[in-house]
Design a protein around this ligand. Sequence first.
Ligand SMILES: Cc1cc2nc3c(=O)[nH]c(=O)nc-3n(C[C@H](O)[C@H](O)[C@H](O)COP(=O)(O)OP(=O)(O)OC[C@H]3O[C@@H](n4cnc5c(N)ncnc54)[C@H](O)[C@@H]3O)c2cc1C
Length: 258
Amino acid sequence: MTADVLVPTSADEAASLYGDGAGITVVGGGTILLPEMAVGRARPGRALMLHRAGLGTVDAVEGRVVIGAMVPISALADAPDGVLAEVARHVADAEIRRSATVGGNIAAAPAADAQRGDLGAPLIALGARIRSTGAGGERIEPIEEFLAGDRAGRLVLDVQYDRFERRSGTAALRRRHAHSFSIAAVVACARADGSDLRIGVSGVGPTAVRCRTVEESRDAADVLSDVDPIDDAVASAAYRRAVLPKLVRDALDQLEPA
Ligand SMILES: Cc1cc2nc3c(=O)[nH]c(=O)nc-3n(C[C@H](O)[C@H](O)[C@H](O)COP(=O)(O)OP(=O)(O)OC[C@H]3O[C@@H](n4cnc5c(N)ncnc54)[C@H](O)[C@@H]3O)c2cc1C
């Protein structure tokens, strides 16, 4: 069967063609989708290609950063906030990062063998919001709510966060091979005076998670009340449970003034 290929030339046209998402497969950079199609696990009936939809820019104006869904992860190496650039530089390898998009990283469904969505942790820590459209129209919501909800049926348009002076800390465990996914990653951000602490964890379960218990207690051991690590091909749940509190401690320590 040949797919209908839809190529919108604006975000509004993309939203209109997407409608409630029924029967539509969104194509970002294709780093997940194209291999799935090649082995017959994905068979789009109607493919919505976003590469001409005007969603490929990063805008930093008046204290707010807006990153279009089609921005390649490689472009985030120059992101206005160092913590996002730092995590982006470690997603997959240079070849994948040039094609992989921010929207695809946020929207992709969980995988069985490895945990995707590395950008979730820094975006949670930065207090990012996702602008998406689908049934019921456009909405903007905190990324942790978007990730915890039913993402099927939502077209991600952009991700936005406010810029102000922050302290940040990151800690991650990965295998050395460039193609390997994270075992666990933690990003913490706070205002310069230490208030408004936000902590995101990715790589340990189906989606990135905000660690509200640790934000409240500032006790790294509490991370296991916030996340429930799983087994996959990259690491065991037991190993993740053992290392995660140490990673959180490491990220929190980096927030302390030198
Ligand atoms: C070898 C390899 C290594 C990888 N390593 C990592 C890693 O270290 N960390 C990591 O996080 N990921 C990794 N990935 C997964 C993937 O490359 C990234 O998550 C990437 O950001 C996905 O984006 P994409 O644009 O390629 O998605 P696509 O393949 O285009 O799409 C993926 C899914 O998201 C949907 N989608 C895409 N864009 C949107 C949108 N705007 N709105 C709604 N739905 C959308 C598609 O319909 C599809 O279901 C790796 C992949 C490979 C092949």
